[in-house]
Write a protein that binds this ligand. Sequence first.
Ligand code: FES
Ligand code: FES
Length: 141
Amino acid sequence: QTLPRLYHQNVIDHYNNPRNVGSFDKNDPNVGTGLVGAPACGDVMKLQIKIDEESGKIVDACFKTFGCGSAIASSSVATEWVKGKSKDEVLTIKNTEIAKHLSLPPVKLHCSMLAEDAIKAAVKDAEAKRGKMNGSSKAAD
Ligand code: FES
Ligand code: FES
């Protein structure tokens, strides 16, 4: 085994085969979209969550990241971690946990920060949409 122990095979796999690459329809009322950029390097990450109305849980997630390998791997881990959780639960996901999971070096910490910010932005978008829906549901009847 030549790999350092921290890089267990699944983590390496996030670099080689990122999970959940793609897009959801951002106009879907159950989809929250987070779009964030890193001023330091200009990389951009879009992360989307799909929420089950009944349970309030995130049932699916996807991302598109125009950025470095660490940003892509961070997005991949983030989409895996948010699935099955509530919006409140995913707001507690810290970039440092993602960075630790991927053994990112300090110069790459901001890449994992993008993922934390993107999760928060996606939740915010989902909540803004819900608010709007509740406000206008009567008018639509
Ligand atoms: Fe995939 Fe942990 S190795 S989230
Ligand atoms: Fe900026 Fe990775 S170098 S996101």
